[in-house]
Design a protein around this ligand. Structure first.
Ligand code: PMP
Ligand code: GLN
Length: 378
């Protein structure tokens, strides 16, 4: 069999979670909370099941959920999306990203990806027959607009961006968004904006959605995930907002790769959005407290902290501790120290080694403290 994805193995998240389990290590690798969502949310899902919401919903998603999202996006970003024709519910952000790429990228088209990048982007482009043009973020993981401009060619069909950024925790500024708008204005490049960590920004910073910049919104798929916002990564429900013409093409692909997404979760989420419309407003303070606790603990280890402006990830440089390459260091850390982390090399398509690893701090205080106690021995 000739592989469609010859370079691809099993994702680092699966590999590290399995190793953590095998070694009994504290899993700060794969990004997921080790605590439960607000009980009102599963209660709303149970109620939806009991009320008979158990058959296929409309292809684009439960209308109540799309309407609640349209209102939320309008309130947050001043952008009007028609829930009927411009918002689609997806099986997590992963399926939204793949579907968006498949919908717009033709074989041979180029897609700009800023690296380090989430590991699903390059395979999505490959499956569409596209060519990923990797453009490194700068040494501080900020966008390098000269390098991006230099990567644009007549074949550039789309660009993938991600802020708040996994893995670096960087958050794009308003100026970054404006520069991106100016850069893309004379082109017909489609922007795929991965905003799954939209509600995890710290120190009073603001998330700047592509939806908030009309010039960008007009060419963008804005992607998010309920998994991150409501502590339910296993539910695999996400969404994409995009102008009519883009949504029309998106749904042509969506209807044949999942058709639609499970009904009771969507009803439960719609009910929760209606009855707890401010729930996401707690997230910055909630996660900032965890970030600060984790950073304070790490500061007294031999790991060197990198900035963390958003997301639930903290990166650290282990250069003072070990000469091992990142993947080998993470394996050693999991086996010998009992803490699992993710090597940043997993986010680099080209071999890049900066002795940097990523920890997920979406954990209970007791979990973070136990991990810190082990890391203090480094
Ligand atoms: N994009 C980024 C940057 C992510 O970190 C994740 C989650 N790990 C996803 C997309 C996928 O989100 P979901 O679990 O909703 O598919
Ligand atoms: N997005 C999560 C992370 O970055 C993992 C999701 C997955 O396991 N595919 O850790």
């Amino acid at each position: 069999l000739r592989s469609r994805l010859p370079q691809v193995g099993t994702t680092i998240f699966t590999v590290m979670s399995a190793l953590a389990q095998q070694c009994g290590a504290i899993n700060l690798g794969q990004g997921f909370p080790d605590f439960d969502p607000d009980p009102k949310l599963p209660e709303a899902v149970n109620a939806a099941m009991r009320a008979g919401h158990n058959q296929y919903p409309p292809m684009a998603g439960v209308p109540l959920l799309r309407e609640a999202l349209a209102e939320k996006i309008e309130a947050l970003h001043g952008a009007a999306y028609d829930p009927g024709e411009e918002i689609t519910i997806t099986a997590g952000a992963t399926q939204a990203l793949l579907t968006a790429v498949l919908a717009v990228v033709h074989p041979g088209d180029e897609v700009i990806v800023l690296t380090p990048a989430y590991d699903s982007y390059a395979p999505a482009i490959a499956l569409a027959g596209g060519v990923a043009r990797f453009v490194p973020l700068d040494a501080h993981y900020r966008p390098d607009f000269d390098a991006i401009a230099a990567a644009i060619t007549p074949r550039t069909r789309a660009m993938l961006v991600n802020s708040p950024h996994n893995p670096s925790g960087r958050v794009w500024t308003a100026q970054d968004m404006q520069r991106l708008g100016t850069l893309l204005a004379p082109t017909d490049i489609v922007l795929i904006s991965d905003e799954v960590y939209e509600h995890m920004v710290f120190d009073g910073a603001t998330h700047h959605s592509a939806a908030a910049y009309p010039q960008l919104a007009a060419r963008s798929f804005v992607v998010s995930s309920f998994g991150k916002t409501y502590h339910v990564t296993g539910w695999k429900v996400g969404m994409v907002a995009a102008p009519r013409e883009l949504t029309r093409e998106f749904r042509k692909v969506h209807q044949f790769n999942v058709f639609t997404v499970n009904t009771p979760m969507q009803h439960g989420l719609a009910h929760y959005l209606r009855t707890q419309p401010e729930a996401h407003l707690n997230l910055p303070a909630f996660y900032q407290a965890k970030r600060d606790r984790f950073r304070a603990g790490l500061a007294s280890t031999r790991l060197r902290l990198l900035p963390c402006e958003g997301t639930y990830f903290q990166c650290a440089d282990y250069g003072a501790v070990s000469d091992l390459p990142e993947a080998a260091f993470c394996e050693w850390l999991t086996r010998e120290v009992g803490v699992a982390a993710i090597p940043l090399s997993a986010f680099h398509p080209d071999p890049v080694e900066r002795s940097t690893v990523r920890f997920c701090f979406a954990k209970r205080e007791a979990t973070l403290d136990a991990a810190l106690e082990r890391l203090a021995r480094l």
